[in-house]
Design a binder for this molecule. Structure first.
Ligand SMILES: Cc1ncc(COP(=O)(O)O)c(C=O)c1O
Length: 499
């Protein structure tokens, strides 16, 4: 009798390791060349119809050799990014990443550990990185912390811990469904980033739980108005539970008075959460660290490393001063994730108990690798350079009569517009929107936009380790040049710009 042959074993490993090794090396080489030659490329370009068509494909049921897949990536995907790796990208609050960060992502993905916790090197690294970050922003070593995907998630985590700590009843058990409980309310300036609305909605508090407090001339929170809103809500039977202070607002880079917010929070027995998405890391800049004064007093803080930490997406951190606060908010028990006496599931830090995610990637590796390879001193000096570049741009704007600064420059953000004094506010808004689109479309630079006091602003946010001071001269020349082009076109009868 002949034995039945075993069935064929399927695997996703390549049949030919040499072949994938060759393509992999090519990919790495191409990326390094890309970083090396960025300056010669446009910051952004429109995706051509042909590429869009090529990317609109049916579900691939059968495989294609990696070389062919990579060729398509090179042709139709790689040339059309947002452009944020480029030296003249200053839109929204994005950053470049770095070669080291990219390599760390590759290694983390190759190692591919599951970072809920467990006795493994990756857990040690996340624990170490969290403790480094606590040190950097002045939080106690005993703080609880977690790496998350971004500022929105970091702040959501902090607000959830705040709600749990300050609700005044067992909100995890009873939720918000319980009859005549007082409405829970949150306070922050009208410049607070819109993560707060996502968080309030998701946590069942509702949008109206967030009180948008008026701002001062420097765009920081008006403390007297904040106190008045809290007192009015308390008088109306509500329960104010959390103050949000921002270190670096998204529109203008304004910084709230965190020391005063701490005192206010204590007076009303409220939680203080600081959103330091990009601003917190100013604490690394030798001459500007004082700007973040007071953030170390918060109960919790959320900040990104994929903004002013110059790391590639996605990585941010939440820290909670109270060692048990995150665990008390998120911990779940189940037999299938219980720890054991020894071996892999021994009772080490269980990161999944500090936040929403159970399956978590090894994002800590890139923080560890970037900090070690680049050194905190250099990162801090580049943050300082970005602030000085913003100040340089501010001077260029002020020195030019046709340009108008629209907000004070506190950190790394400059908001300005073209205004030669001949046009209405509405006309100026259209004109500046047109200038901005042209600057982006020509690939010269990517600032973004915002509206300040009804005025359309060209907004330059410098969280970019590749920017040189000269790049800002190029921007100003571009803005002036495009405005002249628009005026000439209008003189020739082009009526698109009714300004
Ligand atoms: C002040 C502030 N908070 C929160 C966020 C949200 O961060 P993320 O985009 O990483 O979710 C941003 C984003 O720009 C921000 O500027």
């Amino acid at each position: 009798m002949t034995a039945t042959p075993p069935p064929e074993n399927l695997t996703l490993d390549p049949e030919n390791w040499d072949q994938i090794r060759k393509t992999g090396h090519q990919m790495l080489d191409d990326m390094f060349t890309h970083f090396e030659t960025l300056r010669d490329q446009p910051v952004w370009r429109q995706i051509p119809g042909e590429a869009k068509k090529s990317l609109d494909e049916d579900l691939p049921m059968d495989g294609t050799p990696i070389e062919a897949v990579y060729d398509q990536f090179r042709k139709d995907i790689f040339p059309y990014p947002t452009g944020n790796v480029h030296p003249r990208f200053w839109g929204w609050v994005m950053t470049n990443g770095s070669a080291t960060s990219m390599l760390a992502d590759m290694l983390a993905s190759g190692m591919n550990p599951h970072l809920a916790g467990y006795e493994q090197s990756a857990s040690l690294i996340e624990k170490l990185v969290v403790s480094w970050l606590a040190k950097l922003v002045g939080f106690p070593e005993t703080s609880s912390g977690l790496l998350v995907s971004g500022g929105t998630m970091a702040n959501l985590n902090g607000l959830a811990v705040a709600r749990n700590a300050k609700a005044g009843y067992n909100i995890r058990e009873e939720g918000l469904q319980g009859g005549d409980r007082p409405e829970l309310t949150v306070y922050g300036s009208s410049e607070t980033h819109n993560w707060i609305y996502k968080a309030c909605e998701l946590m069942g508090l509702g949008r109206r739980a967030f009180n948008e407090i008026d701002i001062n001339e420097d765009y920081s929170i008006d403390l007297a108005a904040c106190r008045a809103a809290i007192e009015a809500d308390m008088a109306a039977g509500k329960k104010p539970f959390c103050l949000i202070g921002t270190v670096g607002t998204v529109n203008t880079g304004a910084i709230d008075d965190i020391v005063a917010l701490r005192a206010l929070a204590d007076e009303f027995d409220m939680w203080l959460h600081v959103d330091g998405a990009f601003g917190s890391l100013v604490t690394l800049a030798p001459e500007y660290k004082h700007l973040a004064a007071g953030q170390e007093l918060a109960d919790s803080i959320g900040f990104d490393l994929h903004k002013w930490g110059f790391m590639s997406y996605e990585i941010a951190c939440t820290l909670v001063r109270n060692t048990e606060g995150q665990r008390e908010t998120f911990e779940q028990n189940a037999s299938y994730i219980a720890s054991s006496e020894r071996s892999l599931s021994v009772g080490v830090t269980f990161f999944a108990d500090r936040g929403l995610q159970l399956s978590r990637s090894f994002r800590a590796l890139k923080a560890w690798m970037c900090f070690k390879e680049q050194g905190i001193t250099k990162i801090g000096n580049i943050i300082q350079q970005n602030i000085e570049q913003a100040q340089y741009l501010e001077k260029l704007v002020i020195a030019n009569e046709a340009l108008e600064l629209l907000a004070p420059v506190t950190l790394n953000i400059v908001c300005f517009r073209y205004n030669n004094g001949t046009t209405s506010t509405e006309g100026l808004n259209k004109l500046n929107a047109e200038i901005l689109m042209r600057i982006q479309e020509t690939g010269l630079a990517v600032p973004s936009q915002t509206i300040l006091d009804g005025k359309f602003a060209i907004r330059v946010c410098i969280t970019n380790h590749r920017t040189k001071f000269e790049d800002l001269d190029i921007l100003i020349a571009g803005v002036l040049g495009e405005s002249q082009n628009i005026f000439s076109e209008r003189a020739l009868g082009n009526k698109i710009y009714e300004i």
